[in-house]
Design a protein around this ligand. Structure first.
Ligand code: FE2
Length: 375
């Protein structure tokens, strides 16, 4: 949450500026209450747009620009004063008037997706087996874990990771790339490498293999060789992002749940597609499929397309907001493991001989319609 706070020292009222709304705090006895007001609502109710003698409103909200920008807001002498940066206007709202017309009093805010990498990190010096319980509990709780570990030849440790995780119920699955992926620009060990992962290009946030009926549940990414420049990893918690969207725009969130689109992966020697919503709820958990490079052109009814784009873009803008990201480097020897049904991942462009190893897992006992046929 990014906001500024300006206090009215006499009345002890204060205001916070958020992205799309203003929160006004007012004292009530020993307690403090707050009310949230959308920027659009505030501008629609600007005191300047009133007839000077009758006091009637002189504009309709439809006359306002789609984008409103707020420069500053302060409470002074019982009045909220807002300065709009897009046209320089100053609007005034007596606190008593705001209190009478409040529509979101004491609203509890859903937090943004978390971004503190320390919540993911584990010290791998204890050894693989000693750390696995902590790793699996982080994976369950926050959707990912990063093991900070050094090794002279990390590539010699990949099988040990597979064994340790296998003993704890994570079954390795092959994909159309093979059993273990060598994510490097000079790849010689995998099939179907005509895709972004094997280049040095930036890859925006996505989930892996949304075009399968059952995408792999987990991916392990092991650092083997560092990039000269770039190659940073970015993760975002898709479940937290969706809950955040629900709190801002429930209709947009519901549209994501009930609109199916086509995911289509077509490579030289591989093709697969699936029709599914981007977000589904499974046993109370949010399951995200999202990759801009495998979405087929949308074919929705004409009268649903505009609303769909608004909902979709709103969700992806939350996902892509750097304030909502875990950003870190997978160093040689380090291991990232993430829940591919919950977390989206991406990387920055890089130069040099960066080499990551990728291994997919499902939980033992879960079925995947694709892991045998696509390998
Ligand atoms: Fe990926």
């Amino acid at each position: 949450m990014l906001f500024r706070m300006v206090a009215d020292s006499e009345a002890m009222s204060r205001v916070e500026l958020h992205d799309d709304f203003v929160r006004v705090f007012t004292p009530e006895g020993a307690a403090e209450r707050h009310a949230d007001f959308h920027l659009r609502w505030l501008r629609h109710n600007c005191d300047v747009d009133r007839h000077p003698t009758t006091g009637e409103r002189t504009i309709d909200s439809a006359e306002l620009p789609d984008e409103l920008a707020l420069g500053s807001a302060a409470v002074d002498d019982g009045v909220l004063r807002v300065t709009w940066s897009h046209d320089g206007r100053v609007s005034r709202y007596p606190l008593e008037w705001l209190r009478r017309h409040a529509y979101a009093t004491d609203r509890i805010e859903v937090p943004r997706p978390p971004s503190d990498v320390r919540a993911l990190e584990l010290d791998g010096a204890r050894g693989l087996e000693a750390i696995t319980s902590d790793l699996l509990s982080r994976l369950e709780k926050v959707g990912a874990a990063v093991v900070r570990r050094e090794h002279d030849r990390p590539e010699a440790e990949t099988e040990a990771w597979i064994d340790v995780l296998g003993a704890r119920g994570l079954r390795i699955i092959g994909t159309h790339f093979g059993r273990i992926e060598d994510l490097r620009t000079d790849n010689t060990t995998n099939t179907n490498i005509d895709q972004l992962g094997y280049t040095n290009a930036a890859i925006e946030l996505h989930t892996d293999q949304p075009f399968l009926d059952e995408p792999p549940r987990y991916q392990l990414l092991q650092g083997i060789r560092d990039a000269n420049q770039g190659g940073d990893t970015v993760l975002v918690d898709g479940e937290a992002a969706f809950r955040y969207l629900q709190s801002l725009d429930r209709d947009a969130a519901e549209l994501l749940l009930r609109t199916s689109i086509r995911f289509h992966r077509k490579q030289k020697n591989f093709e697969r597609e699936v029709i599914s919503p981007i977000v589904t709820i499974r046993a109370g958990r949010v399951f995200v499929r999202s990759s801009y490079f495998t979405e087929a052109p949308y074919q929705l009814p004409f009268d649903r397309m505009s609303a769909w784009y608004r909902a979709h873009d709103q969700f992806v803008r939350i996902l892509r907001d750097p304030r909502n990201h875990y950003a870190f480097r997978i160093r040689p020897g380090n291991v990232l493991i993430y829940d591919n049904h919950r977390m989206l991942h991406g990387r920055t462009e890089f130069s040099g001989a960066r080499w990551l190893r990728g291994v997919y897992f499902n939980a033992t006992g879960t079925s995947s319609s694709d892991d045998e046929t696509s390998g």
